[in-house]
Write a protein that binds this ligand. Sequence first.
Ligand code: PEP
Ligand code: MG
Length: 762
Amino acid sequence: MAKSGGLTTRGPRNLLRQIREALAGGTGGAAVASAQQRLDLVVGIIARSMVAEVCSIYLRRASGELELFATEGLNPEAVHNTRLRPGEGLVGEVARLAQPVSLSNAPEHPSFSYRPETGEDPFNAFLGAPLLRGGRAIGVLVVQNRAARVYDEDELEDIQNIAMVLSETVASGGLLAEAELRDVELAPHRPERLSGQKFAEGLAVGRAVLHEAPVPPDKLLADDPVIEEQRLRKGLADLKSGIDLLLEGGQGKLNGTPYEVLETYRMFADDRGWNRSLEEAVRSGLTAEAAVDRVRNEHRARFASARDPYIRERLHDFEDLANRLLRVLMGDDPHDRQLPDDAILVARNLGPADLLEYPRSKLKGLLLEEGSPAGHAAIVARALQIPCVGRLSGLRDRLSEGDPLIVDGETGEAYLRPRPDMLTAVQSRMGVREQRRAEFDQLRDTPAITMDGTRITLLTNAGLAVDLENLDMTGAEGIGLFRTEFQFMVADELPRLTAQTALYKLVLDAAGERQVTFRTLDIGGDKILPYLEPDREENPALGRRAIRLGLDRPALLRMQLRALLAAAAGRELRVMFPMIAAVEEFRRARDLVDREIEWARRRGRNLPRTIRVGAMIECPSLLWHLDALLPLTDFVSIGTNDLMQYMFAADRTNPRVADRYDPMSPPALRALREIRQRCSDHDTPVSICGELAGKPLEAFALIALGFNRLSAPASGVGPVKRMILSADLKAARRGIEPLLASSASSVRGELETLARKLNLAV
Ligand code: PEP
Ligand code: MG
């Protein structure tokens, strides 16, 4: 059928504008009284423009029923009376599929359901499009014609655009009053609880802020489609070149996305279907942003029910790509985002640097659909003391921006749109936590001494300027691990010597008499610096990480050592190297320290009072070469996060394997005991600075193994101190001995029993 008088001839943009005006409450200055009248007006406009005899809008009630809200052409009596059960009729089919349905002879379709009250018997042709929100159908827009006509591609495109404008306007509250919408399910609005995994301790109550911001309804319609098309083209080109830049490792916004994912993005960015859908959406009158949003919603809807993990993964990739394109188009910079004061950031996954881009003061919590507790985003969340729950599958589909949320970092759960009683319960738990925190505050100046008199040195891990406040707040005796790479990660380019020196000075000043152990740059794995390490690596965790990079690019390491020596002038400097896998590496690294000392001396620079150089034990290879390594070191520190990942060959950032093995297992505990014993033999001070040191039960095992220097994340210092104060170390040592001989893969249960038996505060 020819499309005479259809949207293309009248201009889809005009139509969309008319609809928007009608929805806004007035056309040409004539104010329209009620929402119902406005909806009636809209269906009239659509029917006329699409040369359809019928146009109807159905909205979904919370019961799942689709209620006829407005119609042109059907019996007006049916409005608010006709309700279709979920899946009932063709309208139900459109909602179920979340896709448009076009039929020339509707009554013949098996799903056709005849409702006499509507008087729809004479209509043969049917075109329905879902009103989508977050990949869910919140309603259906239908046009019908008497003649058994075939709707063409353009009409399909048009009705989807109209449906989008409608759904955005309805969902943003721009059309119907709250009372009218009381149980219309515009967005998921029921309370829900999702179970995930705890990434960072603590509780938070706040409102959802989506890391990928949605498009506001006032940005849906193009003023000038030609300009929008140009914007889209430019946006796509910028998107592609931005990804290329990241792939090449060139200058660019810091990003925690792995290479493989970027490659997939690059491939999808060229996907013809995607590009075509975007162009068509823009040509029909949407802004470039709205086009991206519409296509994203359609993808979501289409794949939402897919069970195949591969397809779901690809859907995520497409979504991320769409989000990236939106950010390019909107020039969205998290620095500039207006966050509410109680923001709970929601994302699929985050790189540590992404997280650092948000203003800390407003971030109350973090919810991730994926991620891993040993990944650096989780470490940064713990460092910032932001409660974080990860691995919440389906999270983003169940949320809208601004939804009330509870982050329960104690149980690893998230509550979406919590009921008031849930809120009260959590607030009272927050009160208890506050009390406990106050107890920890009271312990702040109490030395960590076990009941039977062994002094344990409790230090904290740091890496950001905010951590320095924690030093005083927690009462830690110093910084056992200062992750110098964080400064590099928040910068877009290599921090200069002066900037490095200034930070290290600040740290030492804040620490005063307390010890600080700086770790040299630990880049690689999930800590990516595009401006530094351009090479693609198949296996970054096993790649040119940390000291390997430092030794390959000695100028970089020397600059850092120079900054450290300068900052520590007249004081003690403690510096250690990460990821030492061979004794020779330590020798070479130490040699660079000596060369820098010599360099400074020749220039008459003021040197540190004492210089202690240490190695991190993170690679299992060292376990059998400690007799060669320890005489060369002034101290060592065990990085259990990496040591465990390498011992068990389980990538700490990969959710599928990250916690398949328990460090509270005989092989891991025996390895730790072995290191401790060798260090005693050589009189080498040894500490533990992995996350294990910050968990009371794990720290209990560590002190039972004979470790007396622990460096924990700030949030772990209080709880671990409380545990130490309640510990009978001799009994603990006796108790752990048989566990080391166990054949079980985990002795966590036995440790818990032991802790209970000893009345330990864990
Ligand atoms: C570790 O590996 O345990 C460690 C402390 O270093 P990072 O977590 O920064 O790799
Ligand atoms: Mg490490």
